[in-house]
Design a protein around this ligand. Structure first.
Ligand SMILES: Cc1cc2nc3c(=O)[nH]c(=O)nc-3n(C[C@H](O)[C@H](O)[C@H](O)COP(=O)(O)OP(=O)(O)OC[C@H]3O[C@@H](n4cnc5c(N)ncnc54)[C@H](O)[C@@H]3O)c2cc1C
Ligand code: FES
Length: 277
C-alpha cells in the first residue's frame, strides 16, 4: 500500500501530504489530481497534485481540513499507509506560450496552482500571481511563487499584506496594470473561483477554473461530479477539472456541492466523538 512520506501542517488548517507513489509521480502533469482514501473504512476524496518528484517517487498534495476524511488525513504520520492512492486523474491544464498570464489562488489552490505556475513560466509566459489569504500567516509557498513568477501580489483581510481586499479587487487592479492579459487561471474554493469569473467576464479575458464538485470514482462512471459548462452536461473528473469559468453553471455547482451536507456534519460529529485519536 502507498506509504506516507510526510504529513505536516503548513499553516493553520492547511496540511501538506507527500505519498510514495512512483508510478503516479512518473505521469503527473499540472492541473491533474489524485484520489486518496485515508483508511480502509473511509471515503475516496480527490486532491489536486501540488508537486511531484520522480526520483523520490513521490506525489504531494495540500489539503484543507474540512470534514471527516481530511481530519483522518491530518492524523496520518510518515510511515503510515493508505489503502487507495489513484492518479494522475483528469485532463492536464493547457500549457502554452499565451503571453501574460495572471494566476489567482487561495487556500489549497496555492498548492494546486504551483505546478501550473512553474510550467507556464518554463513555456515563456509572463506569469503574475495574486495570492489570497484571510490573514498573512495563512500564506504558504511564498518563496516558490517568487522564484518563478514575474510578480507576486498578496491580498488579505487583515491589512498585513499589500492589499486588504478580497481577491477580485487586486485581480482587477492587476489586469489593468498588466494589460493585455491573455488569460487568468483561478484555483481555490468555489466562491473564490466564481468571484474571479465575475471579475474577468466584463473584460472578456479567458478564465480557467479547476472545479471541485463532489467526486466518488474519478473515472467518469458514477456521475457524482456532474456539472454544466456551455449548456452541456460534463463530468469534472474526465472532462475537467479545468473549465472555462464563463461557461460554468455556478448556481448548479454550488447546490450540488451541498448535497450531502447533513451527512457530512453527522459523520464529523461521529468521528470526533468516537474515533478521534
Ligand atoms: C478535482 C478536485 C481537486 C481537489 N483538490 C483539493 C486539494 O488539493 N486540496 C483540498 O483541500 N481539497 C481539494 N478538493 C476538495 C476535497 O476533495 C474535499 O474538501 C474533501 O473531499 C472533503 O472531504 P471531508 O470528508 O474532509 O469533508 P466533507 O465532510 O466530505 O465535506 C466538507 C465540504 O467539502 C465538500 N466535499 C465533500 N466531499 C467532496 C468530494 N468528494 N469532492 C469535493 N468536495 C467535497 C462539501 O461540499 C462540503 O462542504 C478537491 C476536489 C476536487 C473535485
Ligand atoms: S467522480 Fe464519478 S463521474 Fe466523476
Amino acid at each position: 500500500m502507498p506509504k506516507i512520506l510526510d504529513q505536516r501542517r503548513l499553516v493553520p488548517n492547511l496540511h501538506l501530504l507527500e505519498v510514495h507513489a512512483p508510478e503516479v509521480a512518473r505521469k503527473c502533469r499540472p492541473g491533474q489530481f489524485v484520489i486518496i482514501m485515508p483508511d480502509e473504512r473511509g471515503e475516496r476524496i480527490p486532491l489536486s497534485i501540488a508537486d511531484w518528484d520522480v526520483e523520490r517517487g513521490s506525489v504531494t498534495a495540500v489539503f484543507l481540513v474540512v470534514g471527516t476524511s481530511t481530519r483522518k488525513l491530518a492524523a496520518l504520520k510518515a510511515g503510515n499507509e493508505v489503502p487507495v492512492f489513484v492518479g494522475p486523474l483528469g485532463r492536464p491544464s493547457e500549457i502554452a506560450s499565451f503571453g501574460t498570464v495572471v494566476l489567482a489562488a487561495g487556500c489549497f489552490g496555492i498548492g494546486a496552482l504551483w505546478p501550473t505556475a512553474r510550467a507556464l513560466k518554463a513555456a515563456g509566459n509572463k506569469v503574475i500571481a495574486v495570492i489570497d489569504a484571510k490573514a498573512d500567516y495563512l500564506v504558504y509557498w511564498k518563496d516558490r511563487y517568487q522564484s518563478v513568477c514575474d510578480r507576486v501580489l498578496f491580498s488579505s483581510r487583515d491589512h498585513a499584506l499589500a492589499s486588504k481586499d478580497f481577491i477580485p479587487r487586486p485581480l482587477e487592479d492587476t489586469l489593468k496594470a498588466e494589460a493585455p492579459v491573455a488569460r487568468v487561471i483561478a484555483v481555490g474554493c468555489t466562491y473564490l473561483m466564481y468571484a474571479c469569473a465575475q471579475a474577468t467576464k466584463p473584460l472578456g479575458i479567458k478564465t480557467i477554473v479547476s472545479l471541485n464538485p463532489i467526486m466518488v470514482d474519478g473515472t467518469g462512471m458514477c456521475g457524482a461530479c456532474r456539472c454544466t459548462a456551455a449548456g452541456k452536461t460534463k463530468f469534472a473528473c474526465v472532462d475537467g477539472p479545468d473549465f472555462d469559468a464563463h461557461e460554468v453553471d455556478w448556481e448548479e455547482l454550488f447546490i450540488r456541492r451541498k448535497s450531502y451536507f447533513d451527512d457530512e456534519v453527522r459523520s464529523l460529529c461521529r468521528y470526533e466523538e468516537t474515533e478521534l485519536p
